[in-house]
Design a protein around this ligand. Structure first.
Ligand code: PEP
Ligand code: MG
Length: 656
């Protein structure tokens, strides 16, 4: 049994409507649930009993749960009780907007409780909620008779085989993206590792039932990973837990039916979802994703964008409200979420979806038209990529090359650093796929928030202000030089450009140049053919913007990273949904920094690209082009819309 104290914050207490919703939420859990006030208690699954208890705002209560999903049930019920707007009249409650949210979010249609989160993957969707709130699995602790042990070992062996076969199957599905396959491969490896298999097997041979052995040995192994001082290995604990859960479910003859089988067109709603769980989802059946936690640059957000599924993460709605909703609508472009929208809201959301479809159809015409402004200035519209699997969609979308290849995505999810040869093969394929258009490859931009095997960043109080990007690379020539060499080799195709992230001072550029010269000399001495790629830098820190005129003297091009530039100029963490309203590329302070950078590039006569998310915004594109931006780079899905915005811009006409 689990119990937790809580204070009733629901406005005016648990009267009829909130009580009904509270009970609906309670009934979605298997555990028996009780709410106690002093000596009196009420079954949380009976609205009459609950109302008779007469809970008022400000009163202290205790929530008790007994059963398999007790933990998550208590958490959901307590969070409901402590949410002032919980159970409010549809359309009557103020939306739970984070402070300073952009006005677009506040303009949610009335009718349907709205919340705002982080816009993680664009597009609007509505559908039945498909909740993923997995129950806690309890160990049955059955003692085996000696005669039963061999049979149990065989049961365990078959469960392992079935789990691995299911993973192989999932990885072979045509809809699995390369990132998914990497995660699946990692899991198959864990499933074959004696550290796990051996430990479970030994427990069963010692007389423990297979489920208990699996759960306990798995928990131990996960805890060992968690105790390791290294982000990447710590993150593997998640893999172990995911795998152990699947094994235990297989042994119990159950499955997280939730994840295996969402009805077509449903909206996945979860507290959080790991990359591991995400990789198991039949994504083609999902219309959208809403999670209580997560942010725009989390793994799940990147995967949702790769698969073109609208997503809002770090949603402003409480876990309880999410779990209680039947129908969910979301706009992954603005971050809006509506729980159980009423008929009028639903109609306005369906209008948005229809408008998006019409827009997509209408944009097809721009595939064949060159992105040239009305007054005749040619603009490169390129793609932001993170894997080779995205080459085909980028080409299909009309990408004129690659404005940003995020190489850190190649390094994440691997157990070892990719070698110089492996990297050279990847950059080579990229260069050939887009030739003669330029392919700008960004050198590793990892830091405390992105774990990569073989690079221990350790704990940092402020990872975004820490050992990140070029700072880390310059300190780790053993990591940086193989990447630079691989890029020099791929540059024989003539269209590779090297771009360095997180530059804050000229000295860093000079040190990169010195390392590049060293790499050139070593490759020359070994008789390896190399090219002569341009070297450019990301302009994404306030320091770089202020020093732009000096930096421009040392590099061949700039590319403005508005994602980081916004977070650093505005001092607003890009992963924190609470300050998302401040983290805006269209804030006057950020736009002034962009203008400074463009002016320095123009004065020196070097090209200036823009590869942050803002590059895809048709409302900002004319402004950026007027400032002097010469190239826009974005996720492939946004390319045609950007081409249209460029074609419709006339730089000779000043905006009203
Ligand atoms: C940026 O900061 O704008 C950018 C493009 O890089 P990333 O989002 O990978 O930090
Ligand atoms: Mg950046």
């Amino acid at each position: 049994m689990i119990e937790r104290p809580a204070t009733v914050r629901v406005k005016e207490g648990l009267h009829a409507r909130p009580a009904t919703q509270f009970v609906k939420l309670a009934r979605s859990f298997a555990s028996s649930l009780e709410v106690r006030r002093g000596a009196r208690g009420a079954d949380a699954k009976s609205s009459v009993k609950l109302m008779l208890l007469g809970l008022k705002e400000g009163e202290d209560v205790t929530v008790r749960a007994d059963g398999a999903d007790a933990e998550v049930a208590v958490e959901a019920l307590v969070s409901f009780i402590e949410t002032p707007e919980a159970g409010a009249e549809l359309g009557g409650a103020a939306p739970t907007l984070p402070a300073g949210a952009p006005s677009g979010m506040a303009a949610a249609p009335p009718g349907g409780r709205a919340a705002a989160g982080v816009a993680a993957s664009e597009g609007t969707a509505i559908g039945l909620a498909f909740g993923f709130f997995p129950e806690t699995l309890a160990a049955p602790r059955r003692a085996l008779s000696p005669a039963a042990i061999d049979g149990e070992v065989e049961v365990l062996r078959r469960a392992f085989a079935a789990t691995v076969a299911a993973l192989v199957d999932r990885g072979a599905k045509p809809e699995a993206a390369p990132q998914d396959r990497q995660i699946i491969d990692a899991l198959i490896e864990v499933a074959g590792d004696d550290e796990l298999v051996g430990a479970i097997d030994a427990r069963v041979r010692g007389g423990q039932d297979a489920v208990t052995a699996t759960l306990e040995a798995g928990a131990r192994l996960a805890a060992r990973f968690e105790a390791i001082d290294g982000d990447y290995l710590r993150a593997r604990a998640e893999d172990v837990r995911g795998l152990v859960r699947t094994l235990a479910l297989t042994l119990l003859g159950r499955s997280d039916a939730n994840l295996a089988d969402p009805p077509a067109g449903s909206i996945l709603v979860a507290g959080e979802i790991s990359a591991w769980e995400f990789a198991r989802l039949p994504l083609a059946r999902l219309a959208g994703i809403v999670c209580a936690s997560g942010a725009a640059t989390s793994h799940v957000a990147i995967m949702a964008r790769t698969h073109g599924i609208p997503a809002v993460l770090g949603s402003g709605a409480s876990l309880a409200a999410l779990a209680a909703a039947r129908t969910i609508a979301l706009d992954g472009t603005t971050g809006e979420v509506w729980l159980d929208p009423d008929a009028a809201t639903e109609a306005s959301i369906r209008d948005r979806i229809a408008a998006e479809e019409r827009e997509r159809d209408g944009l097809d015409a721009y595939r064949a038209r060159k992105p040239v402004t009305r007054d005749g200035r040619s603009i490169e519209v390129a793609a932001n990529l993170g894997s080779l699997g995205e080459i085909a969609p980028a080409l299909a979308a009309g990408a004129m090359g690659v404005g940003l290849f995020r190489t850190e995505l190649l390094f994440m999810e691997r157990k070892t650093l990719p070698s110089e040869d492996e990297q050279a093969a990847i950059y080579d394929e990229l260069a050939r796929a887009f030739a003669p258009h330029p392919v700008i490859v960004r050198t590793l931009d990892i830091g405390g928030d992105k774990p990569v095997a073989g690079i221990e960043v350790g704990h940092e109080e402020n990872p975004f202000l820490g050992w990140r990007g070029v700072r880390l690379c310059l300190d780790r020539p053993d990591v940086f030089k193989p990447q630079l060499k691989a890029l020099l080799r791929a540059a024989v195709h003539g269209n590779i450009k090297i771009m360095v992230p997180m530059i804050t001072e000229t000295g860093e550029v000079l040190r990169v140049k010195a390392l590049l010269a060293e790499c050139r000399a070593e490759l020359d001495a070994a008789g390896v053919a190399i090219g002569d790629p341009d070297l450019g830098i990301m302009m994404e820190t306030p320091a770089a913007a202020l020093l732009a005129a000096d930096l421009a003297r040392h590099v061949a091009f700039f590319s403005i990273g508005t994602n980081d530039l916004s977070q650093y100029v505005m001092a607003a963490d890009r992963l924190n949904p609470r300050v998302a309203g401040l983290n805006r590329a269209d804030h006057p302070a950020v736009l002034r920094a962009v203008a400074l950078i463009c002016e320095a590039a123009r004065a020196r006569g070097i090209p200036v690209g823009l590869c942050g998310e803002a590059a895809a915004r048709p409302d900002l594109i004319p402004l950026f082009l007027r400032m002097g931006v010469t190239e826009l780079s974005m996720s492939p899905a946004a390319i045609l819309r950007a081409r249209k915005a460029v074609i419709e811009t006339d730089l000779e006409i000043s905006p009203a």
